[in-house]
Each structure stands twice: as C-alpha cells, then as structure tokens.
Write a protein that binds this ligand. Sequence first.
Ligand code: FE2
Ligand code: FE2
Length: 402
Amino acid sequence: MAAEMALLKPISFKPETSPLKTSAKFSRTTYRFSPKMAATQAKETTKKSGKAAIKETLLAPRFYTTDFDEMETLFNTEINKNLNQSEFEALLQEFKTDYNQTHFVRNKEFKEAADKIQGPLRQIFVEFLERSCTAEFSGFLLYKELGRRLKKTNPVVAEIFSLMSRDEARHAGFLNKGLSDFNLALDLGFLTKARKYTFFKPKFIFYATYLSEKIGYWRYITIYRHLKENPEYQVYPIFKYFENWCQDENRHGDFFSALMKAQPQFLNDWKAKLWSRFFCLSVYVTMYLNDCQRTAFYEGIGLNTKEFDMHVIIETNRTTARIFPAVLDVENPEFKRKLDRMVEINQKLLAVGESDAPALVKNIQRVPLIAALASELLAAYLMPPIESGSVDFAEFEPQLVY
Ligand SMILES: [Fe+2]
Ligand SMILES: [Fe+2]
C-alpha cells in the first residue's frame, strides 16, 4: 500500500500519543516485522520514551481490519466457482520472483542530503516520511493477517498476501530508515498497538485497497518522472527508488483487480456502482485536501501541488475504470472546481480549530462549514458518472439449469 487510505468518516479528535520519537535504536530495525515482535517493542518503548500528544484526524492514514470469516468464505474454492486459480498461480509466481529483493539498499547520500534539508522544508519532509511509512505499514498489517487467515482455505491467495506484506514491510522499513536520517524513528510496534483500527467489510476493503495501491503507483511514478526530468529538485535520494518501488504497488493493485473479478457480486450491480463512486470520491478528496495542506513539500520538490494531484487523480481514475463498474467524471472541469472549493472550506475549518475561541464557539463555527463541505461532496458524488468496468454483467446473471 502506498497512498493514505483515509476515508470520509465523522471527525474524531481523540488525542493519541505520538509514535514519533528521537531514537537511534530503530535505525537498526530490520525490514521484517511481525505483529508479535512489534507488540514487545511497544511495551518497552512506551515506558522509555516521552511522547507528545497528537490528534487523530479525519485525514490521517488509517489502519484497517475486516471480517476474516467472510474473507475465508469468499476465497473458498469449493464455494466460489469464479476463483480463477490458474490466474492466482501465475500471480504467485510473479510475487515469488521478488523483483525488488535487492532494490532497497541505502547509501551515504541519504544522510548527507537530509542534513542539507533545513528550515520549514525539513519539518514537512519528516511529515511526508512519517505519513508514508504509516500508510505502508498499515498495508503490511492487513496483508500479513490476511495471509495468516486464508492459509487453510486458499493457500495460493494466502501466500500472495504474505508476499505483499513482505513488500510493504520493506517499503515501511525503508521510509523509517529515511526518518533516521533526520534523527527520528517511527515506533511501528507502538503504532500497531496504539492506533485505532477501522473496520471494513471485505467488499469495501477491496475497493479501498485497490484504489490505494493504484493511486500510490501513480503518485510514486509521477514524482519519479518529474525528478528525472528536473534533477535540480532531487533533494533527497529516496525518490530515485520510486521507479521500481511503484511497480510493487502496481502489482498489488493488479492482484486486487484479480480478486474483485473473482467476486463479480461486488462489481455487477447498481450498489457496486454507487459504492465504486463513493470510494473514488473518498480517496481523491482525501488526497487533495491532505496535499493542499502540505504544498510546501510539493513545491519543495518543484511540483505544483494541484496540478500534481489532478494528474494523479485522472490517471488513477482511468486505471480504475478498467475494473470498477462506474467511476467519477474527474476530467470534467467542474470536478476540479468542486475540489478547490472543498480546499477553501477545509482551510476555514482548520483555522477554526487553531483559533483560541472556547470549544463551544468553535463547534458552532464549524457547523456551517461542515454543512458546506458535505454539500460540495454530495454535489461531486452526484455529478454524472462514467460507466466503466470490464466485467461482463450478463455472464454473471443467474441462469436456469435444466
Ligand atoms: Fe507499498
Ligand atoms: Fe502496496
């Protein structure tokens, strides 16, 4: 997983403890994690390190859990005759090849580059690494558990999940090593225990994770290509790794595409169309609002934030249209106008949050802004969609057997 899979849910401002700490210990962490090991680390580190409180917000990267019993049923070859085991076997071989086994090797350029990043850009860089690491680690936890839970029912699918968790652990570990260049480390063990887990039914895990992988692919490849053309903005070497890295995300997305094809009931009716549009909107809006709060980062590497985001949204939407039964008309200029209005409203909401007014006053000030945001979201959702998808509806309609 690469992108932040935050979704539009009621805002909860429950304070959490920050997992970010100044430590040299985690710079020695290997790229393999296990939830068990992580839990042990969590115990030690909660005692040792003093951590400042942070807020869990609407747009923060989330950790996910699902109904594993339902997952087992979905991947039971006895029950689900749509499972194309030969396709999964082929995918498994691809994952076993492990193209990036030797890709994530650091060199001394990292620390030297990090030392040169100073001023406001330094803080925003740290935040980028922290959020990306959390998002990758979220994928690791979910895939690891799916690999474990599906072992008996469908060993091939289970092994693919385990190999995807291997990739995500590598990605998270590499980003965490990046944080060590800034004399910080994300306490992943602590995160595993302390973060809230969002529950999604399997169907929604498929939509959200597919989108997250594909949007992650487009983000990484776009940054990589931009920096290749404009090397003067290559301020930190991690971006040089994005070309091969994003191929991992692309493969993960393709696996989810194969999984969804094996579950045509998630793709072939009007409800699937409504949910597809909902998830596209959630993922695109979350990214746009998040990135527009962090323009300093994108400008720091020579990108125009909104142009970058629109490129990523359009490309992700085109890719997604190959499998989702409906997608949003993101190339309609009205869609971007709506996103921009949401950014303005969100900025006002943030300003209310940061003001010194009493909590009650703040809440009253928020009401019209939340209503305005909700109405923009609804209007974007209701824009005429694009019918899409490659699953043949008729093929899956119930047929009479004589
Ligand atoms: Fe990843
Ligand atoms: Fe991924």
